[in-house]
Design a protein around this ligand. Structure first.
Ligand code: DAK
Length: 257
């Protein structure tokens, strides 16, 4: 697929999506959100893809937020319509993606950029990364799920401190708070994420998909996570992958998923 603001490569079953607007510090505009959605849709149905990594181009930024030039003159209606559209097309889509999504946070992850990283299942930051939700300094609030996901990840008090001060947090502090899973040197970031991905690729894609659904259900107002877990657990027993996983164990060999 041809895209103007992102690139997508596939190697060893790992897709790498790169947001490619380095002059604007990879700020998300409408085209980027649409292109990410389209590409993720294609990756979702491609059985060759087992894990998706997402990062920003250049050495400075993951994503420095929504494109301020674009949203500067939105009206009240446009603001809420676009928040809903963006949440569905990209942020919820990422959170509920059927394969693990890892954000390789290679620099500034601000506003919509941090919201995108938070929608991913796992975040790995480089030591130079800086994260924050500066929206209130612009007279808006986080509109792509940030008020919800930040509180889920680091707790209500710390989330409200980050949101109300609008200040950036270092990678080390983000790690202490549980906002990122790991912090590594910038030149090791992608390799580290690929190593994590390879560990996931050894396991059953179907079981991983079920586990993502269950964990997400626990954070959803209209779902009972325990009930979803019971259903998903039961479904695993009807899969080829379950047969393969248990047979491999009993035959003392590695499973082929
Ligand atoms: N949008 C557009 N351009 C941006 C940008 C952004 N978010 N961030 C940086 N740039 C551009 C700069 O304008 C500059 O462009 P030129 O002037 O060279 O043309 C270029 O990137 C390089 O940036 P700087 O010269 O500022 O670089 P510095 O190293 O000095 O500073 C910085 C880096 C990241 C600290 C600084 O660029 C910065 O503060 N950037 C803005 C961060 C920010 O406030 N981001 C927005 C957060 S609010 C919505 C839903 C959600 C949202 C919006 C709408 N709807 C549903 C409608 C979310 C909003 C946000 O994300």
């Amino acid at each position: 697929m041809n895209h103007s603001t992102i690139t997508s490569t596939l190697e060893d079953q790992i897709a790498l999506l790169t947001i490619n607007r380095p002059k604007q510090l990879n700020a998300l505009n409408r085209a980027t959100i649409q292109e990410l959605h389209d590409e993720l849709h294609a990756l979702n149905t491609n059985p060759e893809v087992r894990v998706v990594l997402i990062t920003g181009s250049g050495e400075k930024a993951f994503v420095a937020g929504a494109d301020i030039k674009e949203f500067a003159d939105y009206s009240v209606n446009e603001g809420s319509e676009l928040a809903q559209e963006g949440q569905q097309k990209l942020f919820d889509y990422v959170e509920h993606f059927s394969k693990p999504m890892i954000a390789a946070v290679n620099g500034f992850a601000l506003g919509g950029g941090l919201e995108l990283a938070m929608a991913c299942h796992i975040r790995v930051a480089s030591t130079n990364a800086k994260m924050g939700l500066p929206e209130v300094s612009l007279g808006v609030i986080p509109g792509y799920g940030g008020t919800q996901r930040l509180a889920q990840l680091i707790g209500k008090g710390r989330a409200l401190e980050m949101i109300t001060t609008a200040e950036m947090t270092s990678a080390a502090r983000a790690y202490e708070m549980g906002l990122v899973n790991h912090v590594v040197e910038p030149n090791e970031l992608l390799d580290f994420c690929k190593t994590l991905a390879r560990k996931m690729i050894k396991n059953s894609p179907n079981a991983i998909n079920s586990a993502i659904k269950c964990v997400n259900a626990g954070f959803s107002q209209d779902k009972d996570g325990y009930r979803v877990e019971i259903e998903e657990f039961g479904k695993c027993f009807g899969t080829e992958e379950f047969n393969e996983g248990t047979s491999a164990f009993l035959e003392k060999r590695k499973p082929q998923f």
